[in-house]
Design a protein around this ligand. Sequence first.
Ligand code: SF4
Length: 430
Amino acid sequence: MHPRRPTRPIFVGNDRTGIVQIGGGLPDSAGRESTPAPVSVQTMTAGYTHEIDKCVAEIHKLHAAGADIVRVAVPERKDTEALPEILNQTSVPIVADVHFHFKRALEAVEAGVHKIRLNPGNINDRVQVIDVINACKDAKLPIRVGVNEGSIIERKDKQKRLKELGAVFSETKYGYMLAIMITKLEEYLDIFYEQDFHDVAISAKSMDAAMVIDAYTEISKRFDHPLHLGVTHAGPKETGCIRSVVALGTLLANGVGDTIRISYANDPIYEVEDGLELLWSLGLRERKGAELIACPTCGRIQVDLFTLVQEVRAKLNEIELPLKVAVMGCVVNGPGEAEGADVAVFAGNKRGIIYVQGEKVANIPEEEILDRLLAECRAFEARVRSGEVKLGEKKVDIVPPDPEGELGSGWEKMAAERIKGAAQVTVGRT
Ligand code: SF4
């Protein structure tokens, strides 16, 4: 993991919603020193903004799932007219996504929204852009500039600049596209700088994960504004997840990126859940709730582990502290793979043995595993809260269960797979 790239922070929200800082490490536009803020998670409502009750309900749901910022589309006047009531009924910073008419941006600012997103491909009249900049400046609102392939304001030296950048990027697969993107950003942001406006975040999304990595990497070298990462039109969750995680994960591991939006052709709640899991996995945010470790199963399995894992996952939602919980199919590799788990179960022939920080606490039939595991998780969480134990703290080395005696008849299968090695395996941190 590389250190976070320092950026000029922006601030989204107000005293009522709480203020989300995006980026940091450089002085802000008022000259105040800053430190990098945790990477935030954004998403966007899928319904119509002018359907106020539904929109508010969706925002509440996304906020409760962990979204730090929620964006709404405002394509029509009736959408910006709905904003005051939506803002009144919600308590998370709201971004108005303006695509087609600069007046929607002015109306959204007037309504009290917390940030504006402009698309240079659609709002490209210099006078109109300046109107929006000045409105945001007066209201002290930041703007995200989301560059895309659409053309923006022409500048005199565009061809020359394209040629220069084209040469710079000639080695990369997306050289010409990158040259266009950088050129567009430069000319669009020039308008902002001329107005002495610097509360800007940048995005440069593409549906191509490799292009996203190249584009944000180049932009991160040329601008000191915080970056909003995303793979656009990533598709259904199943494949969109891979595209998004490979692009955003690569950038974040390289220290690039200050806020993320994963986008799926699905319920945006998954965008929030997967965005948070990505940041937790990289250690960029403090995990909330339990972390589940589970084995993929193999020919040694003797319980219905897939069903058990899904049931445990659903029920673990009630755990608030970041307990590490392991659900392992057998004892051969289970103890080693579950290292560091606070609560773990190792299954055998229709049975499971449960450990709490290395101590064996139960040997139970398969049908009792779920309830007992959850009971141990709840009890352990209560002990952590009372200060009796600490998360990730090992009490004793695990003594691997005897697969022949304690876990039933798995011996023949396991004997062929170095079961003697299991005797040396320990669980937990040393
Ligand atoms: S824990 Fe056991 S059942 Fe699960 S994958 Fe490893 S060896 Fe196979």
